[in-house]
Design a protein around this ligand. Structure first.
Ligand SMILES: [Zn+2]
Length: 255
């Protein structure tokens, strides 16, 4: 199997996992940068993440133009992915979702911060992009062109996550597995945080604690999640050998 075919298979698996964990439902999407053409990315045609298959994967330029096969209509919000991959050469993968426990944080001014160690990758400084700031109050809130996508990418900056007012969020990462991990734990964090806020004053993770968790988190942790999530959605698990690099723990800091 070629690298490209393997990547497409992994992208389908990621779609299934995100749907299973209610990060996406019939809507929301995940993209991955093309492995050999950095100015292109791969993403499904406009289809629900829980049902799409390898044949639905399309190739796009960062500006959202279709390259090659066109198995169907593309997602109208593909510009989110192209604009972020354009602005962030370090990013290999983008998840856009409307995950239900995250949305309340986009419309209330309540800050989204990690409250549990597994959720540390979302970071402590999470902006909330408001489409109306540049495009007014007559849009349908969807990111349907490059100008909107680039404005969102500007708000995201160097961070891992940005909320989107009245809409959802974007999550970026260095691999599909890392980005799926962060997306699942952002939704989990939001759900726990909503409960905690009802109980009283919340002590969020402190900056140093978030930094220590992020620093120590290795590919081993993502693999542990990925293997289990593949089982949950009946997809084949393919082990990935991670170059952990200096500073990464060889043990599992998730405990
Ligand atoms: Zn959307």
């Amino acid at each position: 199997m070629t690298d490209l075919a393997q990547l497409k298979e992994e992208l389908v698996t990621a779609n299934r996992i995100l749907a299973h964990h209610h990060v996406v439902d019939s809507f929301g999407h995940i993209s991955v940068r093309h492995p050999t053409i950095p100015g292109h990315f791969l993403m499904s045609r406009a289809r629900a993440p829980g049902v799409l298959v390898e044949e639905d994967i399309m190739e796009f330029t960062l500006e959202g133009k279709i390259v090659g096969a066109e198995p169907g209509k593309p997602y109208s919000e593909r510009f989110i992915h192209g604009a972020i991959l354009e602005a962030r050469p370090d990013a290999m993968c983008v998840v856009h979702n409307h995950s239900p426990n995250v949305v309340p944080f986009t419309v209330t001014g309540r800050k989204m911060r990690p409250i549990m160690h597994m959720c540390a990758p979302i970071g402590t400084d999470i902006p909330n992009w408001d489409i109306a700031h540049k495009f007014g109050y007559e849009t349908n809130l969807l990111v349907t062109n490059m100008e909107m996508g680039r404005d969102l990418a500007k708000t995201l900056g160097h961070r891992t996550v940005s909320l989107m007012r009245g809409h959802g969020s974007v999550v970026v990462g260095r691999s599909i597995r890392e980005t799926v991990f962060t997306s699942i734990y952002m939704e989990a964090n939001a759900e726990m945080l909503i409960k905690a806020l009802q109980m009283g004053e919340v002590e969020y993770m402190h900056d140093g604690e978030v930094a220590a968790n992020t620093r120590g988190r290795a590919g081993f942790t993502w693999e542990r999640g990925w293997e289990n999530w593949c089982r949950e959605v009946s997809r084949k698990y393919v082990a990935q050998t991670w170059d952990m690099g200096p500073g990464f723990s060889k043990t599992d800091p998730a405990g």
